[in-house]
Design a protein around this ligand. Structure first.
Ligand SMILES: *Cc1c(COP(=O)(O)O)cnc(C)c1O
Ligand code: SF4
Length: 358
């Protein structure tokens, strides 16, 4: 048994060693993706949790259904209803509570959407929705009301998006996002990346992805070949919220990316009940650095309907950020920001008076 009082991220190596190897270790990433858990009872059973003993009301049927790959379940602590990874994926009844200020499209992205699947809001860089699908459904996701299936970009949409980029020499960076760009299969991804690689004025290709974290085998040999063939700078911004997400398989996959010269950054969303304490956040920064990743952004939540119970106040967020500045070298302190539909950069949550001045 694992004592509940001990932080889980100090136990992970032992945990992994003690577990029998399961299918996640041998199936291809596509098989693991297709086999992701979609049923609440199956997830709870895998963790030895009895739904009758749930300490909070669950939501059996959500319009944004449960989805979580086995590799991510393997990082959860059995028997713990408050496991910080479980709480990111388990649908709760609280999600149907209405909260003032929370809407279905908090970022109003439709206003900065010149062609389908492309968002051009920030200077010099465009964001391409390479795939609307995700390997995991995060309960706090701002795209949880997005009609994913109706928005699968067609080849014609990609052509329009690529033309848009070709015609604008001031666009120097293309960000592949989603959903998750790595939910695309290797062949389609290679096609898209190849087309971007052929545009001379684009100097940097960036991936925003959570897939290496929830399904580390996604860093497949085919993907590595595609990355190897790019002559642009390549940046991966992974999305890791808690030090318990930093397993050995992720470390191995990140090692492959580093060997290809990929710059590795991380973004985290501040989540009440998951990572709203300075110990977890500083362990996350240090753990990321150990596997070659620098912390980039610490986000205040996007105010999407269904996620209100995850929100921290700006004051709480600033206090946590101050603790990080006190505890960590500057290069391990992520920038505390919020996405604002009316501002063309990630707006910093400005610190009030320094702590020292009381
Ligand atoms: C976050 C974001 C970017 C990238 O911003 P950086 O500050 O360069 O990380 C670009 N476009 C959009 C629409 C974004 O939301
Ligand atoms: S991986 Fe990202 S886009 Fe996908 S559900 Fe999670 S937060 Fe949303």
């Amino acid at each position: 048994m694992i004592p509940l009082s001990q932080p889980q991220w100090q136990l992970k190596e032992g945990l992994l060693k003690d577990r029998p190897t399961d299918s996640a270790a041998t199936d291809s990433w596509q098989q693991q993706l297709a086999g992701a858990c979609r049923e609440v009872p199956a997830l709870l059973a895998a963790l030895g949790l009895d739904p009758a003993e749930a300490p909070y009301p669950l939501e059996a049927r959500s319009a944004f259904p449960l989805r979580v790959p086995q590799a991510f379940i393997d990082l959860m602590q059995p028997g713990n209803w408050f496991d910080p990874l479980l709480l990111q994926v388990l649908p709760l009844a609280r999600e149907s509570e209405q909260a003032p200020g929370f809407s279905q499209d908090p970022l109003k992205e439709r206003d900065t959407n010149p062609v389908p699947g492309l968002i051009h809001k920030y200077h010099g860089r465009v964001l391409l929705i390479a795939s609307p699908a995700c390997a995991v459904h995060c309960r706090y996701c701002f795209r949880r009301h997005f009609p994913y299936e109706d928005n699968t970009p067609s080849r014609a949409d990609w052509d329009k998006a690529l033309d848009y980029i070709r015609q604008r020499p001031d666009i120097t960076e293309v960000i592949l996002s989603g959903g998750d760009p790595l939910a695309l299969n290797d062949r389609r991804l290679a096609e898209l990346v190849g087309a971007i690689n052929a545009i001379d004025h684009v100097t940097t290709l960036r991936f925003h992805t959570r897939l290496p974290v929830v399904l580390p085998d996604r860093i497949s040999p085919e993907l590595c070949d595609t990355l190897q063939a790019i002559d642009k700078k390549v940046v991966f911004v992974i999305h890791c919220n808690h030090p318990a997400e930093l397993g050995e398989a992720l470390a191995r996959s990140l090692g492959k990316l580093r060997a290809l010269g990929v710059t590795l950054l991380n973004q985290t969303v501040l989540l009440s009940g998951v990572n709203d304490n300075a110990e977890a956040l500083s362990a996350l920064s240090r753990g990321l650095f150990n596997v070659g990743v620098l912390p980039y952004y610490l986000h205040q939540l996007d105010r999407v309907e269904g996620a209100a119970h995850f929100e921290l106040t700006d004051e709480q967020a600033r206090q946590l950020h101050t603790r990080l500045m006190e505890q960590l070298p500057g290069y391990l302190v992520p920038r505390l920001v919020r996405e604002d539909p009316n501002i063309v950069y990630k707006a910093p949550l400005v610190q009030a008076t320094p702590a020292g001045s009381q």
